[in-house]
Structures are given as C-alpha cells and as structure tokens.
Design a protein. Structure first.
Length: 71
C-alpha cells in the first residue's frame, strides 16, 4: 500500500496519506478541504545488499584501499 504526498489547494499544507485501493475521498488534515492534489515524490527504498565503487579509496576496515571486502 503506497503512501502518497499531497498538497491542499486551499491552505497549501503538504501531508502524506496511506492510500488503500482507489480511495478518492482524501481531504486535508488541517482544513478538511477535499481540494488536494497528489505531488510528485522521490522513490525511496532500503537496500539489503552491499555497495561497492571503484572510485572509493578504501573502507573503514582496511588501510590499504585494495581489499576484497570493499572492492
């Protein structure tokens, strides 16, 4: 279930709302107006893998900058 960001056209408050199905009855929590528009928001996710980059000079566990853990 996605969480969308909205902005109220009346009071200009920005807020988040958990949308279940095709819920079209979203109203502003500040002024209770139904004139809201969904905003474009950035995608956010949590990765469980490890990240490595050839431009890095090392990691916190090695001093040589050339180990198999981070490169």
């Amino acid at each position: 279930m996605p969480i969308y960001e909205y902005r109220c056209n009346k009071c200009h408050k920005e807020f988040e709302c958990l949308v279940i199905g095709s819920n079209n009855s979203i109203s502003c929590p500040a002024c209770n107006d139904k004139g809201v528009e969904r905003m474009m928001s950035a995608c956010s996710f949590k990765s469980t893998g490890s990240y490595s980059s050839s431009s890095s000079s090392g990691c916190a566990t090695c001093s040589s900058g050339n180990c198999s853990t981070c490169h």
